[in-house]
Design a protein. Structure first.
Length: 274
C-alpha cells in the first residue's frame, strides 16, 4: 500500500491554495511545527507551522500529532520552485474531513486497480494514468465513479483507444474489485468522561463496542486524537457491516453514558470503503 502512495494520484503535481488534502505525519518539532507528506501528491513534503495547528491555545504539538498518523489539512501556499507546501489544520472544517477521507479512499482504490493492470500488462503506470485515469477525473469528477459505471457500461473506456487486451483486463479487474469485494465500514465517534476514573471509563466503553463482534465480522476501535475514535468493521457485506457498526456505537453510548461524567456523540455515520 505504501508503494502506491509514492505515486501521484492526480494530473497536477501540486495542490492549489485552499485545497483540502490528506497528509501523513512524519516528524514533530517542538514549538516549530509538524512535517508531513502529502499522500495524494507522491508524498511531497509539507509543513504545518505551530501557529496554524489550532485556533485555540494548545500545550504541546504532541497532544494532536503522532508520527505515522494521518490528518486532513488545508493548503496555505505552495512554493513551485522547492515544491514545499505550507498547510493549516486550524482552517479545516468538520465537513471537510469526511469529504477528503472519502475522496482519498476512492483514489486509493483507483491507484490500486490502475497499478495492478499496468504491472500485469507491462504498461508504464504513469502513461496509463495520463491516458485513462486522469482524463476520467476531468470528465467524471472522480475516476472511481467512472470505474463503477464501467461495470455495467464498459464503453466508458472506448474514447481512449485502448487495445482490446488492455481494456478487457482493466474492466475485468474493476468488476472483480468493485462489484464482488466486500467493504470495510468505518464510523467516527467522540467518547469522553470527566468522571473520577475517566480514562478507565472510556476504555470500558470502547471494549463494549468491540464486544459486539461476531463470527462474520470483527469490530476494532482506533484512536484518532482524543476524544475521537474510529469504529472499524472488517470486510463484510455493506449492509451487515453498517448494522454492526451501529450496534458497536450504541454499545459504546450505553456504556459511557451509564457512568458518571461520561458523554458520547457521533462525528461521522457508518459508511463503506471498498
Amino acid at each position: 500500500m505504501d508503494s502506491l502512495r509514492s505515486l501521484r494520484f492526480y494530473r497536477d503535481k501540486y495542490p492549489e491554495v485552499n485545497d483540502i488534502v490528506f497528509v501523513k505525519v512524519e516528524k514533530i518539532e517542538k514549538d516549530i511545527g509538524v512535517h508531513v507528506k502529502l499522500v495524494e501528491y507522491g508524498n511531497i513534503d509539507g509543513i504545518i507551522y505551530a501557529k496554524d495547528v489550532s485556533k485555540n491555545r494548545i500545550r504541546s504539538l504532541f497532544q494532536l500529532f503522532h508520527a505515522g498518523h494521518y490528518k486532513v489539512v488545508v493548503v496555505n501556499s505552495v512554493d513551485a520552485q522547492t515544491g514545499y507546501v505550507d498547510l493549516s489544520l486550524a482552517q479545516v472544517k468538520p465537513e471537510d474531513i469526511s469529504v477528503c477521507e472519502d475522496r482519498f479512499q476512492k483514489a486509493m482504490t483507483v491507484q490500486s486497480i490502475t497499478n495492478y493492470v499496468a504491472t500485469k500488462m507491462d504498461v508504464d503506470f504513469e502513461e496509463l494514468c495520463e491516458k485513462v485515469t486522469w482524463p476520467l477525473y476531468d470528465k467524471y469528477g472522480h475516476a472511481y465513479d467512472a470505474f463503477k459505471k464501467a461495470i455495467v457500461d464498459p464503453s466508458v473506456f472506448d474514447e481512449f483507444g485502448l487495445d482490446n487486451r488492455l481494456k478487457t483486463e482493466l474492466v475485468g479487474y474493476i468488476v472483480k474489485r468493485l462489484e464482488l469485494s466486500d467493504p470495510v465500514v468505518e464510523a467516527k465517534v467522540s467518547v469522553q468522561s470527566v468522571g473520577f476514573d475517566g480514562i478507565g471509563d472510556v476504555k470500558k466503553a470502547l471494549k463494549a463496542a468491540e464486544a459486539v463482534s461476531n463470527e462474520d465480522a470483527s469490530v476494532k476501535i482506533y484512536w484518532d486524537g482524543a476524544p475521537i475514535y474510529r469504529v472499524v468493521v472488517s470486510r463484510t457485506k455493506a449492509a451487515a457491516g453498517m448494522e454492526l457498526a451501529r450496534k458497536a456505537m450504541d454499545a459504546t453510548k450505553d456504556a459511557i453514558e451509564s457512568m458518571e461524567g461520561g458523554s458520547f456523540s457521533v462525528i461521522e455515520d457508518p459508511k463503506p470503503f471498498y
